[in-house]
Design a protein around this ligand. Structure first.
Ligand code: PAF
Length: 291
C-alpha cells in the first residue's frame, strides 16, 4: 500500500542538511512578543522572513480594520536591527485578487466557539491569509533553490491559542509541509500579555485589564505550587479576581477545543485555560497552557 510517508522518504537525501526557513506572520505594530518569535526564528533557521500585513478578511465590517495600529517604518527598523533577512509587506491588492476568492472554513467544532462565537468570520480570514503566506514561502523556496526545498517553520504565539490550534489543524488536515512552532506568551512589566491592541487602553482601562493576568497567574500558582487542579475550584478563584469585569468566556479546554469537563474530567490536566474579557469594546485575551 502507498502511504503518505513514502512521498516524503522518496525525496529525502539523508546526507544533505536541508536549509531552514522561518516565517513569522504578523499584522505589524511589532512588540516584544513578536520580537521573541523573530529572535527564535533567527536563532533556529538559515533565513527568516517576517510578513507584515493587516489582513482585511479576518476583520468583520464592525471591527477595527481602519484604526488597527500601523507602524511599518518602525517595524522594518526593528526587523533590520534583529537581523531579519526579508520583510514581506504586501498591500491588499497583492494578497487578494478579488473579493470572490476560494475560501477556507475552520473546523465547525473549533472555529465558531470562543473567539469564533464573537467573530464568526475571523478564522476563515486567518486561514486564508496564512495558507497564502505558507504557499508563497513554499513556492519561492522551490524556485530559488537549485538543489533542495527548504524546510519551513512558521512561528505563532500561544497568546492567540485558538488561532494557533486551528492553524495546526489546517497544517495537519491539508498535509502542508510546514512545522508550526508555538511560542510562549510574553508579558509586559505589569504582566499584561503583549498585544498590538493594548494601545487602545486608557491608563484606567489598563489598570482594570490587569485583573486578567492576575487571574491567570493565580491559577498557575494554584496548579503548580499547590497542586489544586479541580476545575470548579480554579474557575471560582478566577471568577472572584475578574469580578465586575465583562467576561466573554473563561474555561478549561482540551487542545481540540472541547470543554475539558465535557471530556470527562474534573481535573485541569493537559488543557488550556482560556479567558477573554471586554473593556469598553476592547477585547483582551489571555490563557494558560497546563501540563
Ligand atoms: O496573529 C496575527 O497577527 C494574525 O492573525 C496573522 C496570523 C498574522 C494572520 O493575519
Amino acid at each position: 500500500m502507498f502511504k503518505k510517508s513514502h512521498l516524503i522518504t522518496a525525496h529525502k537525501d539523508h546526507n544533505r542538511a536541508v536549509p531552514k526557513l522561518g516565517l513569522v506572520p504578523t499584522m505589524g505594530a511589532l512588540h516584544n512578543g513578536h520580537k521573541s518569535l523573530i529572535e527564535s526564528s533567527i536563532k533556529n533557521n538559515d533565513v527568516t522572513v517576517v510578513s507584515i500585513f493587516v489582513n482585511p478578511t479576518q476583520f468583520s465590517p464592525t471591527e477595527d480594520l481602519a484604526k488597527y495600529p500601523r507602524t511599518l517604518e518602525k517595524d522594518i527598523e526593528l526587523c533590520t536591527s534583529l537581523g531579519v533577512d526579508i520583510v514581506f509587506a504586501p498591500d491588499a491588492k497583492e494578497m487578494y485578487s478579488s473579493n470572490d476568492e476560494v475560501t477556507l472554513n475552520p473546523p465547525k467544532s473549533m472555529g465558531y466557539i470562543l473567539e469564533g462565537y464573537y467573530r464568526p468570520t475571523h478564522f476563515a480570514g486567518v486561514l486564508q491569509i496564512v495558507l497564502k503566506l505558507f504557499n508563497l514561502m513554499l513556492s519561492s523556496c522551490y524556485h530559488s533553490s537549485q538543489t533542495d526545498a527548504y524546510s519551513i517553520r512558521a512561528y505563532f504565539g500561544k497568546k492567540d491559542a485558538q488561532q494557533l490550534l486551528i492553524v495546526q489543524k489546517m497544517v495537519h488536515d491539508l498535509y502542508l509541509p510546514i512545522e508550526v512552532i508555538a511560542m510562549p506568551i510574553v508579558r509586559d512589566t505589569d504582566s499584561l500579555a503583549l498585544s498590538s491592541r493594548n494601545v487602545y487602553l486608557t491608563p484606567t482601562q489598563r489598570q482594570q485589564a490587569l485583573a486578567l493576568p492576575r487571574a491567570i497567574l493565580r491559577i498557575e500558582h494554584l496548579i503548580v505550587q499547590e497542586n489544586i487542579r479541580d476545575i470548579e475550584t480554579l474557575k471560582a478563584e478566577a471568577n472572584s479576581i475578574l469580578q465586575g469585569l465583562q467576561i466573554d468566556y473563561m474555561d478549561f479546554y482540551t487542545h481540540n477545543l472541547t470543554l475539558a469537563k465535557e471530556y470527562g474530567t474534573r481535573e485541569a490536566r493537559k488543557c488550556i485555560f482560556l479567558v477573554a474579557i471586554t473593556i469598553d469594546k476592547i477585547r483582551l485575551l489571555d490563557n494558560l497552557w497546563i501540563e
